[in-house]
Ligand binder design. Sequence first.
Ligand code: NOJ
Length: 536
Amino acid sequence: MSNWWKTATVYQIYPRSFMDSNGDGIGDLQGIIQKLDYLKKLGIDIIWLSPIYDSPNDDNGYDIRNYYQIMQEFGTMEDFNQMLDEIHQRDMKLMMDIVVNHTSDEHEWFQRYHDFYFWQDQPNNWNSLFSGPAWEYDAYRGQYYLHIFSKKQPDLNWENPKVREKVYDMMRWWLDKGVDGFRMDVINFISKDPELPDGPNGDGSAYFMNGPRIHEYLREMNKEVLSKYDCVSVGEMPGTTPEDAKRYTDPNNRELNMIFTFEHMDLDGGPNGKWDLKPLDLVGLKENLEKWQHALHDVGWNSLYWNNHDQPRIVSRFGDDGRYRVKSSKMLATCLHMMQGTPYIYKGEEIGMNNCALDSIDAYRDIETLNMYKAKHDAGVDHETIMTSIYAKGRDNASTPMQWSDASNGGFTTGEPWLQVNPNYKDIHVEAALQNQNSIFYHYQQLIQLRKTIDVMTTGSFHLLYREHPDIFAYERQSNAEKLTVYCNFSVHEHQFDLPDGDVLIHNYKELASTDKLILRPWEAVVFYVNGGHQS
Ligand code: NOJ
């Protein structure tokens, strides 16, 4: 089977926030259909669609009630079929999000099959990743069930072969329908230590992340499902090291094509996790990404991302979303897309959408944020401190509706949006981006096109330069015939280097500051390209 996903660029749609076609304030499938030409213009190859299955929406669709039905608010199965068709007509592919570590507590399985889930008379001490204990008492059964996420997301017990069979059936059903692959939600959580031991301070992650049978399950899934189709697979895998990733993505192991690491996303969190804010140390980020680039160079494959629906907006996080919003967005894009792997763009990233601080906690919708607020508030943490964390890291930063135009609600809906639109939509929106040849949009478009023609972007080795430099992220990519030298300034400070060989391939300033020296201005990103490799 081919490796078409190695030269592809993925675009993630969070359907609730993408485009509302019927004025109910919630994005939907017909809305997506309206915007496919826009995605085609950007140049993307694969759409990753966050869950669109029937769900009570405790966690915006990551709590699935029925894997074979479309969420009513998003449309019907006919709408889905039409969308899939239209995606394929435009020569793009569709990657579905599947959530099979857990279901909704409203799923028929939870109601009918006791042994599909984890039940205990006496729960262990694990905490839920969404605050509070990971076990909920069920009065009807007189027992506790495990939920690593919300109490409406009970964990499936993969030890039970019937669970695995049902999951594989469902995956084949979607592939037979014509979808082109899967993004698998927290897939490295599916194998739990059967003893379910207590963890230090309630942290059970050592017993449910990358558990004892995980590789066996993934190989089985590959054999039963993935290997039978020319499809792409990416596993979301918190707590995974490059060594683990090698095992998961080595084609000889027949598990997955690539995984999402979290290591680079955890660098600006303190010892108490993501809400414990810590400034980014660029040297640490470089070292981390270098480690992943090296580990998966010959074996396996990286996925490259700065954003998704769980992360705050990258321009607000590692860039400057004020004066240098445009420059720093382009810089971050360049820095990421020039590495080896498959790049992922999250809706709105391509126009430089940024974080949005909502007026009051009541305006927030995300369950993780709301639970955390309550838990910290109950523990006596003051409102301002909690809100500072939410402004920096809350998931609703990523969920604010897509900004299509300067029409009311950014052209996202004619109704009342389910989550406030960032008020800066009047200035930052797709229409403006499309009209301006220097926009962030066209920079992304150029990066995506380059990937199709410049082989070294896909194949080249990675060599980090100026390792200890606190502001500059620079690296080379090298293959037999070609070489790229990438310079990215993660600061407003000017820095000077010798000019590297080659022609400018892509740049976020009009011209170089000097013809003798490489002078990097605020947030400047420039890539030099040599065709002919070392010899030229
Ligand atoms: C990871 C998903 O990305 C996140 O959005 C979700 O809340 C949890 N898994 C639970 O499904």
